[in-house]
Write a protein that binds this ligand. Structure first.
Ligand code: 2P0
Length: 328
């Protein structure tokens, strides 16, 4: 018989996609319309404690110290998948803290749902493979499937009706090519339009959405090859292309969706200028206004200096590449 109290605490890291995920194949299963390739960050994490207790009368969620009932539906649906596997109906208390701004385009849902899935599976004593865990995390948030793993990670869109082949897996270990990431924070607020709503609107209204889907496989191939060959220039070219293409799709939504602010563009120009002088650095931007510069460790300080001096940059966070989920 299981104990009445079952508890686990997990740290999972944020990840940044170099080849972007944008659009869903099946919104109910949360399968992506395209594959993606990401890097897991050492320095940005969620720590999530999940406790199942027969005395709880409902699931509860405390995120960064605040009760977040509006996010509870997604959390409970993810927990339900694991409760079903474990054959229990016990409610859970979820307490999650991020060591970085939540909901501002820094992939808090990726680290959050990866940590939630791993902690709940561990608390329920489910012996899931990393791939199974990636599938559960995907149901919470598509990008969370990638945060199960460390280093360079590829998410497969898959095609099976039940989503069983829509999971992430490691592509290259972090220490095999230890790039660094410099994040320029240009706005600390939570974004007005979340990525889920943004990508739904792209699928239904952006005239560029079909081109986005049609060019996904060749982008993935180029990104994968560049990573496996440690070809920085090739990775820079395809990552910036994937980023700008994703934003072009969203900008052409009706109504339009522009995630950037003037400082985001200033940061892009600064990165371009650095690369023009021969520095190995490129940028990417997710569903928010922060710019992420990816660089070789040898030029990290130059990148930090160039971004920090821009007037619209409120803060700079530096991170190396990190591991997958860790049970604490
Ligand atoms: C990515 N983004 O590949 C892309 C690029 C944002 C821009 O994955 O609806 O929070 O929870 O599956 O994972 C953010 O989308 O979306 C994201 P859901 P998610 O990182």
């Amino acid at each position: 018989m299981r104990a009445t109290v079952m508890k686990s605490r997990v740290r999972a890291r944020a990840n940044i996609a170099l080849i972007k995920y944008w659009g869903k194949a099946n919104p109910d299963l949360n399968t992506p319309a395209v594959g993606s390739i990401s890097i897991t960050l050492e320095g940005l994490w969620s720590e999530t404690e999940v406790e199942f207790d027969l005395r709880f009368t409902s699931d509860t969620l405390v995120l960064d110290g605040d009760s977040r009932p509006e996010q509870l539906g997604r959390v409970s649906r993810c927990l339900d998948l694991l409760r079903e596997r474990a054959g229990v109906k016990t409610h859970a208390r979820v307490i999650s803290d991020n060591n970085f701004p939540t909901g501002a385009g820094l992939a808090s849902s990726a680290s959050g749902f990866a940590a939630l899935s791993a902690a709940a599976a561990d608390a329920l004593q489910l012996d899931l493979s990393p791939r199974e865990l990636s599938i559960v995390a995907r149901r919470g948030s598509g990008s969370a499937a990638r945060s199960v793993f460390g280093g360079y990670v590829e998410m497969h869109a898959g095609g099976a009706a039940d989503g069983r082949d829509s999971f992430a897996e490691p592509l290259l270990a972090a220490d095999a090519w230890p790039l660094e990431v410099v994040i320029a924070i240009t706005d600390r607020g939570e974004k007005a339009v979340g990525s889920r709503a943004g990508m739904e609107r792209s699928a239904s209204s952006s005239p560029y959405y079909s081109a986005w889907i049609a060019t996904s496989d060749s982008d993935l191939r180029a990104g994968r090859d560049a990573i496996l060959e440690h070809d920085f220039d090739a990775l820079a070219e395809i990552a910036e292309h994937s980023c700008l293409k994703m934003h072009a799709v969203a900008m052409a939504n009706r109504p339009p969706l522009v995630y950037w602010n003037p400082a985001t563009l200033d940061c892009m120009q600064a990165v371009k200028a650095l690369r023009a002088t021969g520095l190995p650095v490129f940028f990417t931007v997710d569903a928010g206004p922060q710019l992420k510069a990816i660089c070789e460790p040898s030029v990290r300080d130059a990148v930090v200096g160039a971004l920090r001096e821009l007037p619209g940059v409120a803060d700079v966070i530096v991170s190396g590449l990190g591991p997958g989920v860790e049970i604490l």
